[in-house]
Design a protein around this ligand. Structure first.
Ligand code: NDP
Length: 476
C-alpha cells in the first residue's frame, strides 16, 4: 500500500471522535506496544483491555514470575511488573483504556463495530486484534470436582496456598511454563513430579537444565494423565489425593499420591469473538499475510499470539504489535481517514513508579484508612470496624492479584469511605489463609460485623464488589 499524504483532521484534546482511528483489543505485550506506537503517531488509540474473557488484563506474562529473556532487563523482571510498565508507557502517550471485554465485533460493516461488556458500542476505521491465547485444560473425568481443591491452572497464583505446603505436588506439561512452575513449586512443596507425555522437554535449554539439575523435581517420561482422585494419606476426600498415570510405552497404570496438580499444557488462541467474521486456520489462529500483520480483511490487523502458533514470546508479540500499529497508521493515511490529535504538551509527564502499601503495625495502623495491609490491620478492623470489610488474599507473584487490587481500591474510593479494605499476603500469613479457608489467590471475602457475607475467587468486575457492599450499606 502506498504512502499517500494524510488528509487528517486535528482535534484539540484527547476527546473521542465518533469513529475511532484505531481500536486495539487485548492488553498483552502486542496490544500495549501497538498502543504506544499508535499513540505516538497522534492517533489517539483506544485499547480494550479485556477482563475475564481470554484470561486477565496484561495477558500471559501476568501469570509468570521472572522474565529473563526480554531485552533491556539484564537481571530479569517480574512478568506483572513488565506489563505494568508497558501499560504505563501506553497511557503516558495518551492511550485511552477501556477496562472491559470485547463481547462481539461486526466486521461486515464500515466503520467496524465493537460491542463491550460495559454495553458500549465502539466504531473504528481500523482494528488491531491482540487477544492472545488462553491456558488449556485436560478435562479429566474428575477434574471439575477437584478444581481449586488441589487442581490449578496457575502455579504462580496458587502455589503459596497452605494446603500445598510441604506436600508432594505434580505439574503436567513439558514446555517453559511447566518447567518454570515445577521449579517455583519446590519453594512450597516437599517434592515436585513433572509429568511429560513424551520423552523430551520442549522448554528452552536453560529452563530444562534448571529442572534436570533440581533434586526436588522428578521427571515422569511418557506418562499420560488418566484421572485424579481425592483423599489419600491425609484423608480429606474433598481435596486431591492422587493422580492416575498411564505409561504410554509399557502400558501399565500407577497411582501417584500428590496434593496438588498444576496444568501447563499450552494454549488456545482467543478467537471465539471472531468466529464467522474473519478467516481463521484449522487450529483457530487468525490468518495473516506471511510475516505481516495484515489479515484477510482490509483494515484489520493481527498482533501477538492470536496469530502466532510458533514463536509465542513476549518480545515477538511486542514486535508484531509495533508492525500492526505502523500498518494501521499507513492504512488510515492512505484512505485519508486519520483524525490526529494535537499535543498541548510535547513531552508528557513521566509515568512514575507504582506506590506500595506498607504493612500496618501498632504504630502506623489507622482505623479510618481505606486500604491497609497485614494481619494486624485485619484483626483490628475485623473486631472494631462498623463498616463492611473487604479482605483480599494475595500472593507475591500472583498476576491476577495485581490486576484485582487497584480495582478494589477504586471501588472503595468510589464508595467514599462506606467500606474498608485489607490485603493479606498468604505467603507471609499462611495461618490466616488456612483459618479463612482460602485455597487460591486472589480470593476476596466481604465481612460485616464479623460475619462473612460473600466470597469471590479470581478476578471479577468492579460492579460485583460495589453491588455487594452497597447491599450492606444503603446510602443515607
Ligand atoms: P508450550 O506449547 O510451549 O508447551 C506445552 C507443553 O504441554 C508441551 O510440552 C506439550 O507436549 C504439553 N502438552 C500439550 N497438551 C498436552 C496434554 N494433553 N497432555 C500432556 N501434555 C500436553 O506451552 P508453554 O505454556 O509452556 O509456553 C508457551 C510459550 O510461552 C512458549 O513460547 C514459551 O517459550 C513461552 N514461555 C516463556 C517463559 C519464560 O521465558 N520465562 C515462561 C513460560 C512460557 P509436547 O511437547 O509433547 O507437545
Amino acid at each position: 500500500m502506498g504512502e499517500a499524504p494524510s488528509q487528517s483532521v486535528e482535534t484539540d484534546g484527547p476527546q473521542r471522535t465518533p469513529v475511532e482511528n484505531v481500536v486495539i483489543i487485548g492488553s498483552g505485550p502486542a496490544g500495549y506496544t501497538a498502543a504506544i506506537y499508535a499513540a505516538r503517531a497522534n492517533l489517539n488509540p483506544l485499547l480494550i483491555t479485556g477482563f475475564q474473557a481470554g484470561g486477565i488484563p496484561g495477558g500471559q506474562l501476568m501469570t509468570t514470575t521472572h522474565v529473563e529473556n526480554y531485552p533491556g532487563f539484564p537481571d530479569g523482571i517480574l512478568g506483572p511488573e513488565l506489563m505494568d510498565r508497558m501499560k504505563a508507557q501506553s497511557v503516558r502517550w495518551g492511550t485511552h483504556l477501556v477496562e472491559a471485554d470485547a463481547e462481539r465485533v461486526d466486521l461486515s460493516v464500515r466503520p467496524f463495530r465493537i460491542h463491550t461488556s460495559e454495553a458500549q458500542t465502539i466504531h473504528a476505521h481500523t482494528l488491531i486484534l491482540a487477544t492472545g491465547a488462553s491456558a488449556n485444560r485436560l478435562h479429566l473425568p474428575q477434574e471439575e470436582r477437584f478444581w481449586s481443591r488441589g487442581i490449578s491452572a496457575c502455579a504462580i497464583c496458587d502455589g503459596a496456598t497452605p494446603q500445598f505446603r510441604r506436600e508432594e505436588l505434580a505439574v503436567v506439561g513439558g514446555g517453559d511454563s511447566a518447567c518454570e512452575e515445577a521449579v517455583y513449586l519446590t519453594k512450597y512443596g516437599s517434592h515436585v513430579h513433572l509429568i511429560v507425555r513424551s520423552d523430551r522437554l520442549r522448554a528452552s535449554a536453560a529452563m530444562a537444565d534448571r529442572v534436570l539439575a533440581n533434586p526436588a523435581i522428578s521427571l515422569h517420561w511418557n506418562r499420560e494423565l488418566l484421572d485424579v482422585a481425592g483423599g489419600g494419606a491425609a484423608g480429606d476426600a474433598d481435596w486431591l489425593g492422587s493422580i492416575i498415570l498411564r505409561d504410554r510405552i509399557g502400558g501399565g497404570t500407577e497411582n501417584l499420591p500428590v496434593r496438588g496438580l498444576f496444568y501447563a499444557i499450552g494454549h488456545t488462541p482467543n478467537t471465539s469473538l471472531l468466529q464467522g467474521q474473519i478467516p481463521l486456520d484449522e487450529r483457530g489462529y487468525l490468518v495473516t499475510r506471511p510475516g505481516r500483520p495484515e489479515t484477510e480483511l482490509d483494515g484489520v490487523f493481527a498482533a501477538g499470539d492470536v496469530a502466532d502458533a510458533e514463536w509465542r514470546q513476549g518480545i515477538t508479540a511486542a514486535a508484531s504489535g509495533c508492525q500492526a500499529a505502523l500498518a494501521a497508521e499507513r492504512w488510515l493515511s492512505h484512505h485519508g481517514l486519520a483524525v490526529t490529535v494535537r499535543r498541548e504538551v510535547v513531552e508528557p509527564a513521566p509515568a512514575g513508579e507504582p506506590m506500595r502499601t506498607l504493612e500496618s503495625d501498632a504504630d502506623n495502623y489507622n482505623p479510618e484508612a481505606l486500604w491497609q495491609k497485614g494481619a494486624y490491620a485485619l484483626r483490628k478492623l475485623y473486631h472494631d470496624s462498623p463498616k463492611p470489610l473487604l479482605v483480599v488474599y494475595t500472593s507475591p507473584s500472583c498476576g491476577p492479584c495485581h490486576v484485582l487490587k487497584p480495582q478494589l481500591k477504586r471501588v472503595l474510593q468510589e464508595l467514599e469511605s462506606r467500606a474498608q479494605g485489607v490485603e493479606i499476603d498468604i505467603e507471609a500469613d499462611p495461618e490466616i489463609a488456612l483459618q479463612a479457608g482460602v485455597n487460591g489467590t486472589p480470593t476476596v471475602q466481604l465481612f460485616l460485623a464479623k460475619e462473612m457475607k460473600q466470597q469471590w475467587r479470581g478476578v471479577k468486575q468492579r460492579r460485583e464488589f460495589r453491588d455487594a457492599i452497597e447491599a450492606l450499606t444503603p446510602p443515607a
